[in-house]
Each structure stands twice: as C-alpha cells, then as structure tokens.
Design a protein around this ligand. Structure first.
Ligand code: FE2
Length: 340
C-alpha cells in the first residue's frame, strides 16, 4: 500500500477532492437498482453484477484509490437520492456495496441509517443538530449521502490525521509520544460487562503507514470504569490534538449539496460537522453507511473489543451488538463484474 500523504485543508483545491458521477455511471447504477427493486434483492447482498458496468467499476476503483493512498476522503457529486423506490436509497447502497461490506450501525444491525435531528433526549450525536466533537466512526470507511442540506450550518469538516501527527511531532513531541500509548475508551452507551478497551491514538502499522483512531467522547466516558483515570499529561496531550484540529486552515470545510456523497477512510482522516438550523418543511437528511473494506490494514490487538476483528481485510467494526450478522472476522468480499 502506498503511503497516505498528509495535507492541509486550505491548500486543497476542490478538484483534488470532489468528483462528479458521469451520465454513463448513473445509467449503469440505475440499471442495477432497477434489478434489485424488481427482484427485491437488498443492495448489501449483491455478490455479482452482470452486464456492462465498466464505467461504474472505474468509479469504485477511483474512490478506493483516493481512500487508500490519496487524501483518505472524497466527495462524489450528482448522485441519485430517490427515497420512494421499493428499496430506499438503492443507488447509494449499491455504491457502498461496491466499496466493501456494510456493517451494522445500531442495536438492530441496520446497514444504513438516516442522519437527522430526531429531537429525542435519548438520541445519539448524529440524531441531533448540535456541533459534534472531532472523531472517527468505528469502522474502516464511512459514506454519507446528502439528501437535503440544513437551512444553515451543518458544515462538514475533515482533517488529515497524518498532517496532525506531523505538526504534533514537531511542536509537542512529548504529547505525540504519549498519544502513541493506549488510552482507555468505552463505546457509548456504556453497557453492563463492557470493560472498554485501551487504544492508542496514533499507530505505526507494520508496513510503515501511520493510522489514527480518535474519539474523545469514548475516552472521556472511560472514567466510569473502575480504576480508569486520565493523568494531567494525558488530558493535556488530547487538548494539544484538539487545539491543532481547530487551527484555521488545518481542516477542509465544505457544505454538502443534495446528491453529494462524502466518503472517508476513518484511519487516515478525522471529521466533524458544525451545528445546524433547519427548515421545518424540508429537514436536513443524510444517509450513512459503515463499510468494511478488503484493503484494510491489520490493527493492534487492543482494537479487538471495539472492532470485533483486527485482521487486515476482514469484516469488522460497527456497533458491538448485532455486527454484520455472522460475517464478523470473515474476509471482505466485493461484487464481481461478469460480462454478459
Ligand atoms: Fe462521524
């Protein structure tokens, strides 16, 4: 795998991270969606694709290259957003299936979820309109389809973890070394018997690539575990990381438009989104897929409690309960293209 490169948001022209889906790619994905709808096959269960879909295959390869060895993120624009077909957001789910195997996102194992403000007191962060702290999603790749943007706010922000690591190593080498050691973390919501995990923020992989895992909310929650206390040095190292993430020019900030899909490699970029206000008649709606990829790297064993498997290219991640119906730990498959 080529080395992921670090980047600063302010230096990245739109052409370097945004691609538009072509007419032939829309035609190809629409014909697969038509087939799925006719045969009532959920897109997540597609194992082969018959017909001439060369153009769509090249889009999936381009996205994979960008996630694997490019910026670690891409926005695909001009995507169909239909909600009304038999299988909701079918075209989006087909694209996600072409990138790997979607995994469960909640207690009942939903393979795609609506990201919207449900105004419920028991909601998770993505079901509210408040700004979110910097984080990664607990899976190899996340894809977000924008169906309707907010009336104002809801800006997407993405930062290169390699760039943050480079800045930290120069400006705060002690903090950087500390962040390579395990930090206690626990998934929300905490459950009985859940002893959490101890995860390093910056990880040097066997092939020399650097990976990053950072969700401060999960680290902060670990204080409920017996004997788990963060030292002042650990808190100060996390503060240094947050301070760099908030510096002007570090992150790439942009607004999603209807038909945009934001796709990110969670081990090479961090993300957040700002608070938003919405139009009551047309509420903000994104659709999310969490995807295990065939090209993922081996993770340290510390990640086993969170990801369920640490093997390279295996089905892993998602919510701890109802992860991917029995496929956890199996090799990730992607649909084969069969010319007919
Ligand atoms: Fe997220």
């Amino acid at each position: 795998m080529a080395n992921i490169r670090g980047w600063q948001g302010q230096r990245m022209p739109t052409s370097s991270w945004k691609v538009r889906i072509s007419e032939s790619q829309i035609e190809e994905i629409s014909s697969i969606a038509e087939y799925c709808n006719k045969e009532s096959i959920p897109p997540e269960e597609i194992s082969s694709i018959a017909g001439s879909c060369g153009s769509l295959k090249s889009l999936a390869c381009d996205i994979t290259d960008r996630l694997k060895s490019g910026m670690g993120m891409v926005v695909v624009s001009g995507f169909p957003t239909a909600e009304s077909s038999t299988l909701d957001f079918c075209e989006f789910r087909i694209l996600c299936r072409l990138l790997g195997e979607p995994v469960g996102q909640n207690e009942i194992g939903d393979l795609y979820t609506r990201i919207e403000d449900t105004r419920s007191s028991s909601s998770r962060g993505y079901q509210s309109s408040v700004s979110l702290p910097w984080h990664v999603d607990p899976v190899d790749v996340v894809a977000l389809l924008c169906v309707r943007p907010a009336q104002s706010g809801g800006t997407s922000r993405v930062a290169s973890s390699k760039n943050i690591a480079e800045i930290l190593s120069i400006e705060a080498p002690e903090a950087f070394s500390l962040l390579k050691n395990p930090f206690p973390a626990i998934f929300e919501p905490p459950r009985e018997g859940n002893l959490g995990a101890r995860l390093p923020i910056f990880i040097q992989s066997d092939n020399g690539n650097s990976l990053c895992w950072y969700t401060r909310q999960y680290i902060n929650l670990s204080r409920i575990l017996p004997g788990c206390r963060l030292s002042h040095r650990m808190i100060s190292a996390l503060d240094s990381l947050d301070e760099i993430l908030e510096r002007p020019g570090i992150s790439l900030d942009f607004s999603l438009e209807p038909g945009d899909i934001q796709i990110m490699n969670n081990f090479s970029v961090l993300h957040t989104r700002s608070e938003f206000a919405e139009n009551e008649m047309a509420k903000r709606l994104l659709v999310r897929s969490w995807i295990s990829t065939s090209w993922s790297q081996q993770l340290p064993d510390n990640f086993l409690p969170f990801y369920g498997s640490v093997a390279a290219g295996s089905v892993r991640g998602g919510r701890p309960i109802a992860r991917s119906s029995g496929r956890l730990g199996a090799k990730v498959t992607t649909p084969t293209f069969v010319n007919s």
